[in-house]
Design a protein around this ligand. Structure first.
Ligand SMILES: [Fe+2]
Length: 255
């Protein structure tokens, strides 16, 4: 990615309402990704990482599949492994941990305020009310699946994929496909190789080669994206919280 492309796709703002939507959507249509800087500080990310590492216990890991839907509507940790046997259901091969931390659950990582700001950025981009799903479950069943994903050193990854989008929203605005995450770790410091990528045409862009800790990255779920192996040259340690970390505020629906 050229320096000009990077600059054109980086939006430095003080609050979600300052995101210039017309320019932002133009950047998304042009490159299919953009970065938002200034909403979350690197120090806030460091504090979150510290709390996650302190609290982490391998024995809290649940299996990668099979939990009841309501299980993730509370603080809940799971290790996602494999996926080949479920590949036809859009479950692409993966190795990472999820730490669900809904807005109404105990704020065990001190990240609640960060999650609320991420949700407000999501709402701004999607044209939703500023506080949509920032506290509870909305009347239409939507809630914010506030959570952290940890891709361990020694091979954490997520095979390239496109996000499944229900047919009932497929004909709506482009912004419905826009996904975002917070870059909580820094490539070159927390890990050396791999990281989140998007394929723009035939060009693979490793996002964390360019964006830094505290940046919010937005991508188009219709493009191929994933996470390349995190430091595959290192041993995998299932007992330690390490590697690449990102935070998400995806809208889930209570069925
Ligand atoms: Fe995805």
């Amino acid at each position: 990615m050229t320096e000009k492309t990077f600059r054109d796709n980086l939006f430095e703002v003080a609050s979600p309402s300052d995101i210039p939507l017309a320019k932002f959507n133009e950047a998304m249509r042009r490159e299919t990704f953009a970065g938002i800087r200034g909403i979350v500080t690197p120090a806030e990310c460091e504090a979150g990482l510290h709390a996650l590492a302190q609290r982490f216990k391998r024995s809290d890991d649940h299996p990668g599949i099979g939990e009841k839907p309501e299980m993730v509507r509370q603080n809940f940790q799971k290790l996602l492994v494999g996926g080949e046997s479920r590949a036809r259901r859009n479950d692409d091969a993966r190795l990472f941990r999820q730490f669900y931390n809904p807005m109404w659950a105990e704020d065990i990582y001190g990240l609640r305020d960060v999650f609320i700001r991420l949700a407000r950025v999501r709402n701004r981009i999607a044209g939703l009310a500023p506080d949509f799903a920032t506290t509870g479950i909305e009347a239409n069943g939507l809630w914010t699946a506030a959570r952290v994903h940890q891709y361990p050193l020694g091979g954490g990854f997520f095979r390239g994929h496109t996000d499944y989008v229900a047919s009932d929203v497929a004909d709506e605005a482009d912004t419905k496909f826009y996904q975002l995450f917070l870059v909580m770790t820094e490539k070159g410091r927390h890990f050396q190789k791999g990281g989140g990528f998007v394929d723009v045409g035939s060009t693979r862009i490793n996002l964390e080669d360019h964006f830094r800790q505290g940046d919010i990255l937005v991508y188009d779920g219709r493009t191929n994206h994933g996470v390349e192996d995190i430091d595959p040259h290192l041993p995998f340690d299932v007992d330690t919280f390490n590697g690449r970390v990102a935070a998400f505020v995806t809208l889930y629906k209570v069925m």
